[in-house]
Design a protein around this ligand. Structure first.
Ligand code: PEP
Ligand code: MN
Length: 293
């Protein structure tokens, strides 16, 4: 590691004093999910599924697709940080009503549930039904939430806020590590960009974050191309780039009827598009000698 790191946001002093537990001065961490799946352990886990669970039928269909593709990690959100406060038959989150569905998924499928938590008060409500807690971009710096979720001792997927530096992200991860939970997976999901890109993209996938985090941190990092570009037609190419750049996995959205998805209808792939993408990723994974799981 270059002592001065000229022009960089992160200095050696930061690594020693500001984020000592997540810095690359520590041994690289592997977040083990089960005997076959780990982040940072040489395979390539893909967390996929709809933006949000809308009902039992649609999420069961999603689980069937995962089974067919031999994937295990399901996006299983019931709480959503929705940009606008209004709800309708079309734009909604299930909230507590979704807990029964999480239980039913577990009874019927061999899947690992990744679910967003937004409030401290909900931790005890869903902790027994969730395998990996997701902290969304908007809550990245909600430090009391990070500290409380950490205590549950389940893996945590920490998404980078779209306006935060990598130093901020590592600072946030430090709150989890400090609470004795070492199972942190970082997720880059697009950052706000200059006006030059506004007409075409909501955010820009910062793939550079992958080599940078590998340089500065001991934590695994994955990419979420769906939330970054917000546009289904570009997700495939960004997903391939995500693997090529060396990320430790990926989060990606699919939906049986994307344009009628309750939330974020523009970014989801349909079942066919998603299946084709997985086929391509599996081919590319042979080149990198990593296994898609
Ligand atoms: C999500 O993954 O469902 C989500 C809301 O993403 P982000 O927090 O990155 O916006
Ligand atoms: Mn979203």
């Amino acid at each position: 590691m270059d002592n001065k790191m000229p022009g960089r946001d992160i200095s050696m002093d930061d690594m020693i004093n500001k984020f000592p537990l997540s810095s690359s001065l520590k041994k690289k961490k592997i977040v083990k999910i089960n005997s076959k799946i780990s982040f940072g352990g040489g395979n390539f886990p893909i967390i996929s599924g709809p933006n949000t669970i809308e009902n039992k039928n649609m999420i069961f269909r999603s689980c069937e697709l995962l089974e067919k593709l031999n994937l295990k990690l399901l996006r299983a959100a019931i709480y959503k940080p929705l940009t606008f406060p209004y709800r309708s038959n079309k734009y909604f989150e299930l909230g507590d009503k979704g807990i029964r569905i999480l239980e039913e998924i577990k009874k019927n499928f061999d899947v690992i549930l990744v679910s967003e938590i937004m409030e401290v008060s909900k931790i005890k409500v869903i902790k027994d039904f969730v395998d990996i807690f997701q902290i969304g971009a908007r809550n990245m710096q909600n430090y009391s939430l990070l500290s409380e979720v950490a205590k549950i001792n389940k893996p945590i997927l920490l998404k980078r806020h779209f306006g935060c530096s990598l130093k901020d992200l590592l600072g946030a991860s430090e709150y989890i590590l400090l609470n004795k939970n070492n199972n942190v997976i970082l997720c880059e999901r697009g950052v706000s960009s200059a006006y030059t890109h506004k007409p075409t993209s909501r955010f820009i996938l910062d793939i550079q974050a992958v080599p940078a985090i590998k340089d500065y941190s001991c934590l695994p990092i994955i990419l979420d191309p769906s939330h970054a570009c917000f546009w289904h037609k570009w997700v495939k190419d960004l997903a391939l780039a995500s693997m090529a750049v060396g990320s430790h996995g990926m989060m990606i959205e699919f939906h049986h009827d994307p344009r009628n998805s309750a939330v974020d209808p523009l970014q989801s792939l349909n079942f066919n598009e998603f299946s084709l993408l997985i086929k391509k990723l599996k081919k590319l994974s042979n080149y990198f000698k990593i296994k898609v799981v």
